[in-house]
Design a protein around this ligand. Structure first.
Ligand code: IPE
Ligand code: IPE
Ligand code: MG
Length: 252
């Protein structure tokens, strides 16, 4: 994800619309616990929220929607919960892929693919292949993803090129490293939303978030919907992004 500048979108009420929204979908377990339900039920309801939000993102002219669905550190959860989460991913791809494709959604996956169960890996590849020519909405799924791991992988690939005599270390700057990340063609997120009230990145898009705006919402992910998304976008529209420069003055 490079630091591309968002093109202006037609229509005055769209002027401050984020091109790329990234979401840390958090709070499924607490949503369930508050209702005396098993955590798995929170995850199941979380998939329903995801469906709503993908639909809303398309309607709101968001071009890129990145969702954090399983982190490199989530392996430290109990095996039964990991199995529930992987089962939901399988079901989501099997049940929803045709609809996503019909709706013009292009699915991209970032994160470590090596070491995943072969059927999961195959489903992710199938989703990417089937939808690769779509361009209405890019749904970037961060699965088995950790930002430190992604940056380390980029550094490893660059180091290999240097070791093989194919690259001069002096050519490595921030843009070069950015091009070795998992989805270098996708612009950096304009807006990062985290649900459930937690205010941290938890190893999500640390490189790409250099100039993102953060909106933390108190509701748990299963309760997130179009209205909540619109609320976060309205908050984003009130922010002034400066990218290290000076505030833009009206009329200047
Ligand atoms: C988010 O909900 C889903 C994943 C991290 C996979 P959690 O499972 O983290 O829910 P809480 O934070 O325990 O409530
Ligand atoms: C971040 O949530 C990962 C995902 C949403 C997939 P966690 O629930 O794993 O984060 P921490 O452990 O509270 O920081
Ligand atoms: Mg959590």
């Amino acid at each position: 994800m490079s630091n591309a500048v968002a093109p202006a979108i037609e229509g005055s009420d769209q002027a401050d619309a984020p091109l790329h929204v990234a979401i840390i979908m958090d709070g499924n377990g607490r949503w369930a616990a508050a209702r005396g339900l098993p955590r798995a039920e929170g995850h199941r309801r979380g998939v329903e929220a995801l469906r709503r939000v993908v639909r809303a993102a398309g309607e709101l002219n968001i071009l890129y929607l990145t969702i954090f669905s399983f982190s490199s550190e989530n392996w430290s959860r109990p095996p039964s919960e990991i199995s529930d989460l992987f089962g939901l991913l399988r079901r989501f791809v099997r049940n929803d892929l045709a609809t996503l494709h019909r709706d013009g959604v292009r699915v991209r996956v970032i994160g470590e693919r090596d070491g995943l169960e072969p059927d999961i890996s195959a489903l992710l590849t199938e989703a990417e292949e089937l939808t690769k020519n779509n361009n209405r909405l890019n749904l970037v799924v961060a699965f088995n993803y950790g930002s430190r791991q992604e940056i380390a992988k980029a550094a490893r690939r660059l180091a290999r090129e240097v070791a093989e005599g194919k690259r001069d270390p002096a050519t490595i700057d921030a843009d070069t490293l950015g091009r070795y990340l998992d989805a270098p063609d996708i612009p950096d997120p304009d807006l990062i939303i985290r649900t459930s009230g937690e205010q941290r990145l938890s190893n999500f898009l640390m490189w790409q978030a250099a100039y993102s705006e953060f909106v933390f919402v108190p509701i748990h992910w299963p309760d997130f919907d179009r209205t909540a998304l619109e609320g976060a976008i309205a908050e984003y529209a009130r922010r002034e992004r400066r990218f290290g420069g000076l505030a833009a003055k009206a009329g200047s």
